[in-house]
Design a protein around this ligand. Sequence first.
Ligand SMILES: Nc1ncnc2c1ncn2[C@@H]1O[C@H](COP(=O)(O)OP(=O)(O)OP(=O)(O)O)[C@@H](O)[C@H]1O
Length: 486
Amino acid sequence: MENELQSKEWLLDPQAEYRFELDPGTSVAIKLLKGNAEMFGFELLRGQTYLFGAECKAAVFTWQGCLIEVFGRPSTEYVSEETPMNAYGNLHIAFEQMRVRAKERFKTSKNNPAILNSPPERQSEIPRILVVGPENAGKTSLVKTLVNYTTRAGQGWTPLLVNLDPAEGGWAAPGAIGVAPISTPIPTCSPSNVLGTASTSAPTVLSSNALLPLGYWYGHAEVSRNPLLLEQLINNLGENVKQRQKNDELGSIAGIIVDTPSAFGGGPASTNVMRQRLIKTTIDAFKINVILVVGHEKLNVEMQRTYGSQITVVKVPKSGGVVELDLGYRDRVHAHQLHTYFYGQVIPPPAGVPEGSYSNDTFADNVLSPSSTVCGFEDLNIWRIGAPAMAPSDALPVGAKRAVSETQPDRVDPAKPGSGLLNAVLAIMSPPVNGDEEEILDRTVIGFVVVTRIDLVARKMTVLSPNQGSIAGKTAIVGSYEWQDQ
Ligand SMILES: Nc1ncnc2c1ncn2[C@@H]1O[C@H](COP(=O)(O)OP(=O)(O)OP(=O)(O)O)[C@@H](O)[C@H]1O
């Protein structure tokens, strides 16, 4: 039903979903009028209006039926009665049972410390889930749904969401991988904050925007660019997760869900060895006990054969709603993510929705003020990991060895022509623990800056940074991401 406010009502039957895709520069607002509805497990409040923009592609799903009102015109919109949500719901129930059993066991072991002598069994009861699948399989959407259901279970669970897809741009800039404890459901509003927003970029009064992620900087979109580096960072992340779980045994019962890049789930045969090695590293680093293979028969068989004897491998159906994202779209999303990191995000509401009348649960109306500072070439210690534009080791002629190792930090001199620093995204690293400058691979990211100007004569560069703090004396790593403010 359409009205003069350019809105349209959609009546959804139980277990149906309304899917929409937005064109660049457009937005829609959705209001739940009757019944119940959710988006990737995030429950919509009745009467509340939610804004979506930045080419968002998503779906409103209902378990029991609902009536929604949609303001604005998506480029594609339709209702589907066929969704994999039943399978996703069953998975959640199975994981919930594992958690409840683990909690019971934990309580008993407090009264009977002898039980603590059976760590492998106890460990195996906590869900540590790895999600793999090819490109555009809906991996991230499944991960988000499972994490959101876990936080809604009413048990106070705070699962750890691990993002190993450097192209995802979760929580920080694209190029980083990381982990964040999730205590409230993650909303969906635009692809620039698919996994929620870090507390440093959003008002912390909103718990869904107050995530405290821990990130490592890989610096590239493609896994094949430097798989050895990614492997080392996954191990570092795994070590951190292990430490946290050791310090908070009860809290760790909520478990871990690991989202992976599509390179883990397939690709050319030449990358098979690298792919299998990265999966093995991930399984070991996070002590994975369940592998979910999204919509890929061959990969499912491969996982069953390789890990089926020790790990539960489950084939999960792919949703027909998952959108094929092309390279142009992914580039636009990366640019938008970086813009959002520095300037925040304002999604203009569509016609018929007054300013400020929508929910601020999402990160749809938040302005940030970055600062542009000039610093001397010597003020920042800039490194690049491995040689620039390095081909993977297995692409070298047989017997050939590299001059620079793929994980060796290489000092970058901004004064040298071709330093590749102009417009480059630099990750600012936490200070060295042992004073060893070269151990930068093992350091976590504290923020990002972009080099906007280089003055070779004055030996100075202009840097855009999210706040006004000085960056003098800091250590930074440059990857292959570039960004220009447009
Ligand atoms: N049921 C659905 N209805 C509409 N859009 C959906 C649905 N499920 C997923 N999408 C959208 O499809 C796109 C791809 O989904 P998603 O990011 O989950 O896949 P992926 O397998 O993680 O992708 P990648 O290739 O980046 O690894 C996203 O924009 C997501 O919001």
